[in-house]
Design a protein around this ligand. Structure first.
Ligand SMILES: Cc1cc2nc3c(=O)[nH]c(=O)nc-3n(C[C@H](O)[C@H](O)[C@H](O)COP(=O)(O)O)c2cc1C
Length: 345
């Protein structure tokens, strides 16, 4: 298929999916991408500005954010779209159904989504089987795969660390990096783990486990993913904990609880996290504040409301080394990957 034809058919698929109910469209999209990954042909990031961050080479700086491929079912298809990296998960140790449906809402006027999925996923062993098959296939050349870890809803907060360690242990051989997700608004109490004492109780054992597992494998870097709804003091405190525990990277930000910029929309009062264009300025501001405290060289992945090459450049300008998208990919499709990556060359 010629490139314009491929691009046109991608647009048609995109538009058709946007006419379906959101979660149905999501499942159809994942199934389609899974099949797409099975087609013969090379799988590689589109050439863009290559970067080496926390010891890993990224062929281009644009990644897919966590939450779209929660069970790592479509890694090859997503990699085929040209992302420099794909983050799978959030995965929890045990499978869980997530919140009752409906739990995903489109706000097209704002190019935004509200979701309260609640970590619906098939559990870490199912993900390990998927990623083992991806690795065995040998088809993934240089696309980096991150694994985003969470806790089960019914694991008490004071035992959360056991869930994160279980995820690391099970998925260590397959991950190029791990993300500790402490910032989903849809798991009760999860964001409390961003507080100083809770962070210390989590990050200490996580680093010990990383060191122990690295005896048998190459060290897998660890990132912390934070919420956008943080005060300046909280940003300061988290940055200090990251440096003190030698956590390798930061991902900022997850979805927001704020509804200021979508007030009046029929879905504005749905519970959950808001993503997409209403998040652009906040996520950039959070990245800028973290950069100021963390210093020039600390690895930061910027995510939240990036929907154009200009917004990608703004996020890089705010201090991000790498970028991720989710919501704009839903509305604009794979052509956006090409546009943003081309702009970074
Ligand atoms: C439907 C949906 C599900 C998500 N699930 C997760 C998740 O499981 N884990 C996670 O860390 N972030 C999750 N996110 C947050 C995204 O990874 C990202 O941080 C956020 O949406 C902001 O980026 P965006 O504006 O480009 O969408 C989810 C977002 C959406 C829209």
């Amino acid at each position: 298929m010629t490139k314009p034809l491929l691009s046109r058919s991608q647009t048609i698929i995109q538009q058709a999916l946007l006419r379906c109910p959101p979660e149905f469209a999501h499942n159809l999209g994942i199934a389609g991408l899974r099949q797409f990954g099975r087609l013969p042909g090379t799988i590689a990031p589109r050439p863009g500005q290559a970067k080496t961050i926390f010891g890993k080479r990224f062929d281009n700086p644009l990644g897919l954010a966590a939450g779209l491929d929660k069970d790592a079912q479509a890694v090859l298809g997503l990699a085929k779209l040209g992302f420099g990296f794909v983050e799978v998960g959030t995965v929890t140790p045990r499978p869980q159904p997530g919140n009752p449906q409906p739990r995903l809402f489109r706000l097209p006027q704002h190019e935004a989504l509200i979701n309260r999925m609640g970590f619906n996923n098939l559990g870490m062993h199912a993900m390990a089987a998927q990623l083992a098959a991806v690795r065995r296939s040998g088809r993934l050349s240089t696309t980096i795969v991150g694994v985003n870890l969470g806790k089960n809803k019914d694991t008490p907060l004071d035992a959360a660390v056991t869930d994160y360690l279980a995820g690391m242990q099970t998925l260590y051989p397959y991950a190029d990096y791990f993300t500790l997700n402490l910032s989903s608004p849809n798991t009760p109490g999860l964001r409390d783990l961003q507080q100083a004492e809770a962070l210390d109780q989590l990050l200490g054992p996580v680093k010990e486990t990383q060191a122990r597992l690295a005896n048998r494998h190459s060290p897998v870097p660890i990132c912390l993913k934070v919420a956008p709804d943080l005060s300046a003091q909280e940003i300061h405190m988290i940055a200090e904990r990251l440096l003190a525990h030698e956590i390798e990277g930061l991902i900022a930000t997850n979805t927001t609880l704020s509804r200021e910029s979508v007030a009046g929309h029929p879905h504005a009062d749905e519970a959950g996290g808001l993503s997409g264009q209403p998040l652009t300025e906040t996520s950039c501001a959070v990245v800028r504040q973290f950069r100021a405290v963390l210093g020039e060289t600390y690895p930061i992945i910027g995510v939240g409301g990036i929907g154009s090459p200009k917004q990608a450049q703004a996020m890089l300008g705010a201090g991000a080394n790498l970028l991720q998208i989710y919501t704009s990919f839903i509305y604009q499709g794979a052509n956006l990957v090409h546009k943003i990556v081309a702009d970074t060359v």
